[in-house]
Design a protein around this ligand. Structure first.
Ligand code: ACO
Ligand code: ZN
Length: 223
């Protein structure tokens, strides 16, 4: 493990750091054969996974100048379910999740943001919940634990609060971030999750947010 790290560092010194692939978004060291191989493998799998050919029956729930949002439900045709599974696999890989089986897959709603280039560039997976625990504001100051240690261990209140909808995954393709795609996915979820009502931000909860997810959720819920 140590020698491998050392190799990457050496390569980085000679070539001044990492490259980001302009089509799959992976960051790697082009001068490192192992890294390059890993990129080639990821590249094809990823681009194949997010390819969206268009479906005979698709549930378009929002349309924008740069794409549309398609909703997939558990009883949809197998081609739709397969695409959702492929995308979820890529998302879970990126988030470092182990294969987690959803607790109530038949009530899961998946929203895919399809770009004009016919790619799935955003994904939101939601399920009904009954309660959630509010994330407490982070302790700051010299006594707070190192940022590495609190990577995911946010402090949560132990008082449950009623909630309706849990967001188990939210993801946007690296090269399409900060274009309000996540915001539009959550807006659409709030509008479509329960027929005839627009959920308030108090009624939705983000499960186990990553640092990116927490930054987004904080911003989203305050505006
Ligand atoms: N840093 C700081 N602020 C951010 C960030 C960030 N990384 N991401 C979003 N925000 C805030 C900004 O204020 C932004 O508005 P602005 O661009 O006008 O300043 C606002 O949130 C809205 O952001 P969007 O553009 O809608 O967010 P985006 O489409 O880039 O997607 C997401 C955000 C989904 C978190 C994306 O960064 C991502 O996919 N990250 C990797 C996967 C991940 O960590 N997902 C969350 C897992 S947690 C869970 O699934 C429950
Ligand atoms: Zn690539």
């Amino acid at each position: 493990k140590e020698t491998k790290d050392q190799l990457i560092i050496d390569a980085g010194q000679k070539h001044f750091g990492a490259t980001m692939c302009k089509s799959c978004g992976m960051i790697y060291t082009a001068s490192n054969p192992e890294d390059e191989l890993q990129h080639v493998q990821h590249h094809h799998r990823f681009l194949e996974g997010i390819k969206y050919a268009g479906w005979k029956k698709e549930r378009v729930v929002a349309e924008f100048w740069d794409g549309k949002i398609v909703l997939v439900l558990s009883h949809d045709p197998s081609y739709a379910i397969r695409k959702v599974e492929d995308v979820q696999e890529l998302v879970d890989y990126e988030l470092g999740f182990q294969q987690v089986v959803s607790r109530c897959p038949n009530r899961t709603k998946t929203f895919l943001f399809i770009s004009d280039e016919k790619k799935v560039v955003g994904c939101l997976i939601a399920e009904p919940i009954k309660q959630a625990f509010r994330v407490l504001s982070e302790p700051t100051g010299p006594e707070s634990p190192s940022s590495k240690e609190c990577h995911r261990a946010w402090q949560c209140s132990d008082v449950p609060e009623p909630a309706i909808c849990g967001i188990s995954r939210i993801w946007v393709f690296r090269l399409k971030r900060r274009k309000r795609i996540a915001r539009r996915l959550v807006d659409t979820l709030r509008n479509c999750f329960m027929f005839g009502c627009f959920l308030s931000t108090n009624e939705i909860a983000f499960s186990d947010p990553t640092p990116d997810g927490k930054l987004f959720a904080t911003k989203y819920c305050n505006t």
